[in-house]
Design a protein around this ligand. Structure first.
Ligand SMILES: Nc1ncnc2c1ncn2[C@@H]1O[C@H](COP(=O)(O)OP(=O)(O)OP(=O)(O)O)[C@@H](O)[C@H]1O
Ligand SMILES: [Mg+2]
Length: 270
């Protein structure tokens, strides 16, 4: 397990050097081309929305940045330096943290235990014991720093709403040194209100200078928080647009397959 000490503190990426850059990245699994010709830049204080249908290559893209897989071609640059990660731990060491949709939490354990899971604070001399009070206090303050008020950090995390759980996971990643947050469909299973909570949190993280990669199927959610958008379609980058250069209508249409959707509407409405 990694500890806080191995993770560099939040640092400025310096001028215009993006935190993460992909140059013409491709990935093959055997003879399946999962990604090809992907170019992406993630700056500090920016949200990049990555959209795409099932099988488009979104997870593959995240896995390359998160150190789970290596690209078959092209370059991954971190702070402008060509980098190859051999494990998620190496990526984490560079401040790249991924929050997966199926959060690995222990439902019956209190919120604060989950917050520090695997990286517990300890006190005492030779025989160390858990410093529960410090962990409680830190969990509470880290959450409230990002505008999340939980009445009780001793409550089991399973009793929290889906949105709250996502927010706890993001707060945790930030506390343990993330500079780049990769969020894999954090709103997919959530209703409107819960999604709103997570989207607010994403905006808060962005305003504090984090780089965010926000994976979603939902163009409305992407458009509410995104600074630029990348749309994947069967492993290719179908669209790469800044917020100012695309409307929600256009993004939705591109996401839905444009003409395909119109044809379907005609067919069903006949
Ligand atoms: N480990 C693997 N081995 C072989 N093929 C894979 C592997 N992982 C992904 N693929 C293939 O690569 C393509 C892209 O998959 P990927 O999981 O990245 O898509 P996705 O956009 O995340 O889809 P979803 O929305 O369903 O999660 C698919 O054709 C998939 O079958
Ligand atoms: Mg996926």
């Amino acid at each position: 397990m990694s500890t806080t000490a191995e993770v560099p503190a939040l640092s400025n990426s310096g001028g215009n050097v993006p935190l993460i850059e992909l140059k013409d990245v491709g990935k093959q699994y055997g003879n399946i081309i999962a990604l090809k010709g992907i170019n992406l830049r993630v700056g500090a204080g920016e949200v990049t929305g990555v959209l795409g249908d099932n099988g488009a290559g979104k997870s593959t893209l995240i896995k390359i940045i998160a150190g789970l897989h290596q690209q078959s071609e092209g370059e991954l640059l971190v702070d402008g330096e060509p980098t190859t990660f051999h494990s998620p731990k190496e990526a984490l060491g560079k401040g790249i943290a991924t929050v997966y949709q199926d959060l690995a939490v222990v439902a019956l354990m209190p919120v604060w235990r989950n917050f520090f899971l695997g990286q517990e604070l300890r006190k005492g001399g030779l025989i160390k014991s858990l410093d529960a009070n410090a962990m409680r206090a830190t969990t509470l303050s880290e959450l409230s720093k990002m505008g999340i008020e939980l009445p009780d950090v001793d409550a089991p995390i399973g009793s929290l709403s889906g949105g709250q759980r996502q927010c706890v996971a993001i707060a945790r990643a930030i506390f343990f040194g993330a500079r780049v947050l990769i969020l894999d469909e954090p709103t997919a299973a959530l209703g409107v209100k819960q999604s709103g909570m997570v989207l607010r949190y994403i905006t808060a993280a962005k305003e504090q200078g984090f780089g965010v990669i926000f994976i979603t199927h939902n163009p409305h959610h992407a458009y509410m928080v995104g600074d630029h958008f990348v749309l994947l379609n069967r492993g290719r980058q179908k669209l790469d647009a800044k917020y100012d250069d695309i409307s929600l209508e256009e993004l939705t249409k591109e996401m839905a397959g444009g003409d395909e959707l119109e044809t379907l509407t005609h067919e069903l409405r006949r």
